[in-house]
Write a protein that binds this ligand. Structure first.
Ligand SMILES: [Zn+2]
Ligand SMILES: [Zn+2]
Length: 262
């Protein structure tokens, strides 16, 4: 448990958060079917209240593949309208429609609902990691699930096939950091080994700084006449000390394509 009636669960995939209230259970993200089943079994031991709502932060499989475990036991599934579209498109392309549980409710800008003593509000600040990333705020506990808008000290996946934008992502992070307070606990989709899947607005600012520096670096390389292949050979960002390890090619490629797109 993190604070009040809100806790987190991680096994394999994007971090799950849940609300265990006397009026019902709310789950955010579902990892994979096996992981979700473990979570459901555990939550049922703690509470005999119904599963009111499953919310997806965005459509990626490590956040929605476990939705299917909630089929028949959760009253509603909710996500941003673009996330719902993306989930369907990917499932059709990969022929996995029979393994999906799609949202039956979607939202555009904001959405709020009271569950027991907790007030849950969803916010959409624009394109980032995809074009359908929701922020989920448990207002009383003052906890915000960021989904994959936050990769804590780990190089991010930037899903341009689902409308992602590095530039806009930076704006989303800055808006989010100023929207909430010093006391807010943020839940992150992923973290590098040895780092936490929760943190503060300082972590959001650090990630925004990293993305900004990465973008300026790639811009400089393009101006210096470097090709995409040459840029992708970069193994370390100059002046960046916190975001290290594998996976730097993913944001570099996304930044290169974004900056050179006509
Ligand atoms: Zn993820
Ligand atoms: Zn993702």
């Amino acid at each position: 448990m993190l604070r009040n009636e809100v806790g987190v669960f991680t096994e394999k995939g994007g971090t799950i958060a849940f609300l265990l209230s006397r009026k019902g259970i709310v789950v955010i993200d579902s990892q994979f079917p096996e992981q979700s089943q473990h979570l459901i079994d555990e939550l049922k031991k703690q509470s005999d209240h119904p599963f009111e709502l499953l919310i997806n932060t965005h459509h990626h499989g490590d956040h929605t593949a476990g939705n299917i475990s909630f089929k028949g036991i959760v009253k509603h599934v909710l996500a941003h309208e673009n996330s719902a579209k993306n989930q369907k498109n990917v499932a059709i392309a990969q022929k996995t429609e029979d393994k999906q549980l799609y949202p039956d409710q979607t939202f555009g800008e904001t959405w709020c609902q009271k569950v027991g003593k907790e007030n849950i509000c969803l916010h959409y600040h624009g394109t980032g990691h995809t074009d359908g990333d929701a922020l989920i705020h448990f207002e009383h506990a003052n906890i915000v699930h960021m989904g994959d808008l936050m990769f804590n000290r780990r190089h991010p996946f930037v899903d341009r096939s689902a409308g992602a934008s590095v530039k806009s992502w930076i704006t989303v992070l800055d808006k989010t950091a100023s929207q909430f307070s010093k006391d807010t606990i943020f839940v992150f989709g992923h973290a590098a080994d040895g780092y936490e899947v929760t943190g503060t607005s300082d972590d959001l600012k650090a990630f925004s700084d990293y993305l900004g520096k990465m973008l300026i670096f790639v811009e400089g390389e393009i101006k210096a006449g470097k090709t995409k292949d040459e840029v992708l050979k970069t193994t370390e960002l100059p002046f960046e000390t916190q975001w290290k390890g594998d996976g730097l090619q993913r944001p570099l490629q996304a930044a290169y394509e974004e900056l050179t797109a006509k």
